[in-house]
Design a protein. Structure first.
Length: 320
């Protein structure tokens, strides 16, 4: 089995070991660290909740690679900029760029993989493969993190295949498998031609904060349907920026996101209240009950009346 050295664990040196399998400020954080080479640590992460403050030592020359396996992750970095990772996206940054940062979970859930590499401690000679390809770690740092830059690579099939099985490997095979995959990931990054890739955008905090205020207004007033233009004027934000950043933060265009949100709220009302289908429709901004029923079935794959009946039937079963 893989072992973590108490003296050399990167998480421990950063002060992040306190987040391993803990509930902090409403977020349940599960982190499984594995030292795969001296100076290289792989961490399987899972978070449930809303927001997590992330403060750690601002150590030099430690590269952090993050891969989103499920859910969505927003990260406000040390300089105030936001990055957002969707499924199969990768980010790369030096850890001193996130020493005072915060993580948000727009979908309330995130599962991912992080790799920490101490560029001064990891000895390339420990890996026959990386030694043969003459990998230069400082060149890798300059390629992706020059001038404290954060690079976010959008999902591709190649990236997905790189990380696909990392969290599924049985414990007894992890030592060998993690080393092989680390070498493969390093080779992939070293050979990657950034000039042929449209990197994902990084957003200033003021813009993201405006989008979050717009989101809060929308979900607090589901019976209302303000247009993009009205929201743009009210919150003093360009319409194209509003649409682009909302999708970056919440993963869907505004209209689709709100439709999904309304239908899941409708499902809660149908199950938890005695409101009629017509009353539920009106509470969520639908004047026409038929249009509401069509939208509900499109999202939930069942009519509102059938959904309520099914819920009651399951509840009665559980009570017996």
């Amino acid at each position: 089995m893989l072992q973590n050295s108490e003296n050399k664990s990167i998480l421990k040196r950063l002060g992040l070991s306190k987040l391993v399998n803990k509930k902090i400020n409403g977020i349940i954080a599960t982190m499984q660290p594995y030292m795969i080479f001296p100076g290289v640590e792989l961490v399987l992460n899972e978070y449930e909740g809303n927001e997590l403050k992330c403060e750690h030592q601002a150590l030099e020359n430690i590269l952090q690679i993050n891969y989103c396996l499920e859910g969505r992750l927003g990260w406000r970095l040390h300089n105030g900029d936001y990055i957002y990772l969707a499924e199969n996206d990768i980010s790369l940054h030096m850890v001193n760029n996130c020493a005072l940062s915060s993580i948000t979970l727009p979908l309330k859930h995130y599962k991912g993989i992080s790799i920490f590499i101490d560029l001064t401690e990891f000895d390339i000679d420990k890996s026959v493969v990386l030694k043969q390809m003459n990998l230069n770690l400082m060149q890798l740092k300059q390629k992706f993190c020059r001038n404290n830059k954060t690079t976010v690579l959008p999902a591709t099939n190649n990236i997905k295949n790189l990380f696909a099985l990392l969290n599924l490997v049985p414990e007894e095979y992890k030592a060998m498998y993690f080393k092989l995959k680390f070498e493969e990931i390093m080779m992939f990054l070293a050979l990657l031609d950034l000039s042929k890739i449209a990197e994902k955008q990084i957003y200033p905090a003021c813009t993201v904060d405006t989008i979050k205020r717009i989101h809060a207004k929308l979900i607090a007033n589901l019976e209302q349907r303000p247009t993009i233009e009205i929201l743009s004027k009210e919150f003093l934000i360009n319409t194209s920026t509003l649409k682009q950043v909302f999708k970056a933060v919440y993963g869907k265009p505004i209209a689709q996101y709100m439709k999904d949100y309304r239908m899941h709220e409708a499902a809660n009302l149908l199950c938890q209240t005695n409101m009629t289908v017509k009353e539920v429709a009106e509470a969520l901004g639908y004047e026409n009950q038929s249009k509401f029923a069509t939208a509900f079935k499109e999202i939930m794959q069942i009519s509102p009346t059938q959904y309520r009946s099914y819920y009651k039937m399951e509840q009665e079963k559980n009570e017996k």
